[in-house]
Design a protein around this ligand. Structure first.
Ligand code: HDD
Length: 711
């Protein structure tokens, strides 16, 4: 049951951060030592035309700081954006976990969430075909808990040992650092074509999930199976999900590529603007719970991060809501310096032995040491817990805390034994007492060896347009691969997933599907087997298709925050513009008026209409729908503007809702849109309700069946 959420009251974390902020308003400019600066334009010189003096401490301080402003970008997930907010659980989950933020419905837990792409550098485009990072830091009363997930529920590899190789393969190639933020190159496809365990994830990455319409419209997943632990010490397996209240929506691939040029900050801007305008992004936290006794009841291993538990098999229970309601004050201080780590745990949640998760537990802390410059990064304001910190860790670069105690060791008597260890009942963290009885081996369980069944489950669950997009994505990506043998091997892998998929991709590549599957060079093997004894297995899954895997079944009941372009020229019917705009805005959409030039256009009745953007700065790919309002003169003028015709053609090609007032039928005839036959999502008239309903559908993908729009 959903409970009323809290307001915009500052959280405890907001208040803590405020103590570290400054804004310089009404203040003098000073050095870092607080000395007021009298001239910030000129260095100190030996004479007006003379050399700069070494003693110019003001110049030296300013320049030295500047020279040291950059820190290493994240080795993966370098490009990101973040926001503050809060989380609240609907009802106590105490039956399964003792985590305070999941058991007390009255608790407002502050969060900081960073979204990211994986492969690109800090300055790369938002619309890369890529996985999106979805990292949530919960500042709980018992310490920080980080849920460091992605928008795709599985991963490329099963063991963290493979992560550096995988990342080297997907990153730009080492000889020339090409391509930026793209997997469409030889080394990525070389790697995955010989690593069958990547197949399921590759299917997801070739799907529209990898090109979201908005960060606010994507799901999040913890990926691994984690463990809840209740007060009695009983464990329950748990998979985490974030379900966006606006539904899961994506753009078209042609559109994504164009957005990358028109506005490479598209997702970052969208998130920022939504929060600034009070349209706070919201997700429900979902959990799939599996009793420990059921661990082996699945046709896959719960510890294998390349597998999902279909929602039809274990339903997702929605247990709470997260709202993002505040943009950061400073990108570097907050978004860049935030340090996530799957090992940031609180009592009530624990790990499993998923070998990918186990390796992550080492990597994240290690990477922060180089990225943030030393072991005191937890003292950076954005990383500080709201729970008090007391321990005997001391010193190191940039230490902030002034520890007063005479003892920096424990046990001690000189400080009265403080700080004390906490017993379990006092909130002390104790690891889940899993029984382990095994040999030490370097190898993998055979229960991880089914690499294709869930890839097939994913493909079978897609709607026809989604399948087409996957096929086209493979054609695009493999089309950029220069080595024929890599394309060939990949077709072999696809033939193990779905014959139709392999054949359609092969057709696009002008190559046959190989009749005999070349044995993948997969070095994954059971500990006691030789390299040649490995064979992927195929295990029947519990369901053949899962509705939750298709975006066709997502929420389509709202046009909140959707951006609608109104194309106008002199002579436009201003009353019609106002009526349509009024209806769309009341339904939560954002309307922008686009004309040949900025300023104003005069309407048919002489009334002036303000213009938001010209055709020079606006592009159809930055909008969700288009309206061409009434006013015969305006429509006639638009018919002579190639940019206006292109705008509508392109919006239509990308399957968006298009509404053309009946006064503008002549303009419609100038476009490549069908003027005389009905087409899905193409409305003629000015019926606002019908237009709103069409926009809410997000896209009319069925239009792609007729690919005759030159845009
Ligand atoms: Fe990772 C960053 C998510 C596997 C090693 N990872 C990073 C971020 C996200 C993820 C969202 C960005 C955090 C931020 O915004 O600062 N990573 C995942 C998921 C994985 C995964 C969902 C699989 C389920 N990662 C993974 C493995 C390793 C790493 C197997 C290494 C063993 N990941 C890192 C890292 C990064 C990182 C190198 C780079 C920057 C950072 O940690 O802080 O340590």
């Amino acid at each position: 049951m959903q409970k009323k959420q809290q307001s915009d009251k500052p959280t405890q974390k907001d208040e803590q951060l405020t103590r570290h902020t400054e804004d310089g308003a009404e203040q003098f400019l000073t050095t870092n030592q607080g000395v007021r600066i009298n001239d910030n334009q000129n260095s100190l010189k030996a004479g007006e035309r003379g050399a700069t003096l070494m003693e110019d401490f003001i110049f030296r301080e300013k320049m030295t700081h500047f020279d040291h402003e950059r820190i290493p970008e994240r080795v993966v997930h370098a490009r990101g954006e973040a926001a503050h907010g809060y989380f609240q659980v609907y009802e106590s989950m105490a039956e399964y976990t003792k985590a305070g933020f999941l058991t007390d419905p009255s608790r407002i837990t502050p969060v900081f969430v960073r979204f990211s792409t994986v492969a690109g550098s800090r300055g790369s485009t938002d619309l890369a075909r890529d996985v999106r990072g979805f990292a949530v830091k919960f500042y709980t009363e018992e310490g920080n808990y980080d849920l460091v997930g992605n928008n795709i529920p599985v991963f490329f590899i099963q063991d963290a040992m493979k992560f550096p190789d995988f990342v080297h393969a997907v990153k730009p190639e080492p000889q020339n650092e090409i391509p930026q933020a793209a997997s469409a190159h030889d080394t990525f496809w070389d790697y995955v074509s010989i690593s069958p365990e990547s197949t399921h994830m590759v299917l997801w990455v070739m799907s529209d999930r990898a090109i979201p319409r908005s960060l606010r419209m994507m799901e999040g997943f913890g990926v691994h199976t984690f463990r809840f632990v209740n007060e009695a010490g009983k464990g329950t397996f748990v998979k985490f999900h974030w379900k966006p209240l606006l539904g899961v929506h994506s753009v078209a691939w042609d559109e994504a590529q164009k957005i990358s040029g028109k506005d490479p900050d598209f997702h970052r801007r969208d998130l920022w603007e939504a929060i600034e305008s009070g349209n706070y992004p919201e997700w429900e936290l979902g959990v799939q719970l599996v009793p420990e006794e059921d661990e082996h009841k699945f046709p896959f291993d719960l510890l294998d991060p390349t597998k999902i538990i279909p929602e039809e098999v274990v339903p997702v229970q929605r247990i709470g809501k997260m709202v993002l309601n505040r943009n950061p004050d400073n990108f570097f201080a907050e978004t860049e310096q935030v340090a996530f780590h799957p090992g940031h745990l609180v009592p009530g949640i624990d790990f499993t032995n998923d070998p990918l998760l186990q390796g992550r537990l080492f990597s994240y802390n290690d990477t922060q040491l180089i990225r943030l410059g030393g072991p005191n990064f937890a003292e950076i304001p954005i990383n500080r817990p709201i729970a008090p910190v007391h321990n005997n860790q001391r010193d190191g670069f940039m230490r902030q805390t002034i520890n007063r105690s005479p003892a920096s060791y424990e046990p001690n008597t000189v400080a009265g034994g403080c700080p004390y260890q906490a017993m379990m009942k006092q909130g002390g963290f104790t690891s889940y007492q899993e029984r382990v009885d095994a040999h030490k081996v370097r190898g993998r369980s055979e229960s991880f060896f089914d690499h294709f069944s869930q890839a097939a489950l994913f493909f079978n669950s897609q709607s026809e347009p989604e399948k087409l997009h996957i096929i086209n994505a493979f054609r695009f990506e493999l089309g950029k691969v220069s080595r024929k043998e890599i394309r060939q091997r990949m077709l072999g892998i696809l033939s193990q997933v779905d014959t139709y998929l392999a054949e359609k991709v092969a057709e696009g590549l002008g190559m046959p599907v190989p009749e005999v599957l070349e044995k993948p060079i997969n070095r994954v093997r059971p500990a006691d087997a030789g390299p040649d004894e490995y064979e992927p297995k195929s295990v029947p899954q519990q369901v053949g298709a899962s509705a939750a895997l298709s975006m066709a079944n997502t929420v389509k009941d709202s046009i909140k925050t959707r951006k609608i372009a109104f194309l106008v020229a002199e002579g436009v019917d201003v009353a019609d513009v106002s009526a349509m705009k009024g209806a769309l805005v009341s339904a939560g959409a954002v309307v922008q008026v686009i004309a040949m030039h900025l300023g104003e256009v005069s309407g048919a009745d002489g009334q002036a209409l303000a213009v938001d953007q010209s055709f020079l700065t606006a592009a159809s790919v930055l909008f969700d729908a288009v309206y061409v309002p009434g006013g015969a003169d305006s429509a006639t003028k638009l018919s002579t503007i190639p940019a206006a015709i292109h705008f509508v053609n392109e919006a239509y090609k990308h399957c968006k809702a298009v509404c053309i007032h009946k006064d503008a039928i002549a303009f419609l005839r100038k476009t490549a849109l069908p003027a005389d036959t009905p087409a899905a999502g193409l409305l003629t008239g000015n019926d606002a309700d019908a237009f709103i309903q069409a926009i809410a559908q997000h896209r009319f993908w069925e239009r792609e069946a007729v690919d005759d729009i030159p845009a």
